[in-house]
Design a binder for this molecule. Structure first.
Ligand SMILES: C[S@@+](CC[C@H](N)C(=O)[O-])C[C@H]1O[C@@H](n2cnc3c(N)ncnc32)[C@H](O)[C@@H]1O
Length: 307
């Protein structure tokens, strides 16, 4: 049978058909993700992310301002945080959901006089990052930050990790307790864009496949999360960077297409690799469409603890 070729642009119906040909969509989207599922997902995908995303260990989107994907795009979030460290003359910084540790490692190397702590639920840091003298890694859940000293941090930051929280108000309160008066909480994250019209049926399925595909339960609306933010902080800066993450995801989309265009090959891969690994193919296939259709968005928020 002749394969359908995929054009660049919006192919949502075709993509969903190709995914349905290989996976039980109903089963995937009806599953509730638990803490154990997040842990299993990140433990299993350590190599996948490093091979297909960033060998340096970043588990987040690249930010490109000129529409062209570059290696340096992955460092942009940490570079922006570095500017805040410099501007506020921060001495103590805490990262929530640090993954393999590349963000805090980059910052700790550039700011040797600043003390960094970093916590993650699932991932252990890359060995080379554990040798940086002004950086300490902890294993744990960011909903409970008791192990860190109260009112002692100048900056807390989280890159694409709060989207996993089922109680963002709690994390925002916990982070506030750790910040000194006037300290800031910097968040880069993915949300569902505020919408005037409901999603179509196909868009709902796409959204659920992306959400469950990355082991999250719900990507909340930016407005909902900003309401939680305003209860604890003032919003000092909010920036929509959604279209800046497209180039890195479009590359992933083009890497995923051959898998879906060759279902016999894809079925063989599905037998060999765990579902937690192969599901990344449909996630990266769909994310660019969700951004272009203005459903997924990516924001920077800088929150100030006014006491
Ligand atoms: C998309 S990755 C981002 C990792 C890292 N921030 C980066 O930029 O490379 C999300 C991370 O959040 C962590 N995470 C999810 N839920 C968490 C929780 N409740 N407490 C701490 N970390 C959590 C995951 O283990 C994962 O490493």
């Amino acid at each position: 049978m002749k394969q359908q070729t995929v054009e660049r642009g919006d192919n949502l119906e075709l993509y969903l058909g190709q995914i349905a040909n290989l996976f039980d969509i109903g089963r995937i989207i009806s599953k509730t993700q638990k803490k154990q599922d997040i842990i299993a997902y990140y433990v299993l995908n350590k190599l996948t992310y490093r091979l297909f995303y960033s060998w340096q260990g970043f588990y987040h989107s690249g930010i490109s301002y000129d529409g062209k994907r570059k290696k340096a795009d992955f460092i942009e979030q940490a570079r922006i945080i570095g500017e805040y460290i410099e501007d506020t003359r921060a001495r103590k910084v805490l990262e929530l959901g640090c993954g393999l540790g590349p963000n805090s490692a980059f910052l700790a190397r550039n700011c040797p006089e600043v003390k960094f702590d970093a916590i993650d639920l699932a991932s252990r840091p890359l060995k080379r990052f554990t040798k940086i003298p002004n950086l300490r890694f902890y294993s744990g859940d960011y909903h409970d930050l008791r192990k860190f000293e109260d009112h002692s941090y100048d900056i807390v930051f989280a890159i694409e990790s709060l989207c996993y929280s089922t109680d963002k108000a709690q994390v925002l309160r916990e982070a506030k307790k750790k910040l000194r008066n006037g300290g800031i909480f910097i968040i880069f994250d993915l949300y569902q864009r505020n919408r005037a019209n409901p999603l179509s049926h196909a868009e709902e399925i796409m959204w659920e496949l992306i959400t469950k595909g990355v082991a999250a339960n719900k990507f909340e609306c930016e407005r909902e999360v900003e309401d939680y933010m305003r209860k604890e902080y003032s919003i000092a800066e909010a920036k929509d960077l959604s279209f800046c993450i497209l180039p890195s995801f479009e590359r992933q989309e083009s890497l995923a297409r051959p898998y879906f265009n060759h279902p016999a090959f894809a079925r063989a891969v599905n037998v060999l690799l765990p579902f937690d690994v192969v599901k990344n193919w449909f996630v990266v296939l769909l994310i660019p469409t969700s951004i272009r259709r203005e459903i997924m968005c990516y924001h920077l928020h800088v929150l100030r603890n006014d006491g």
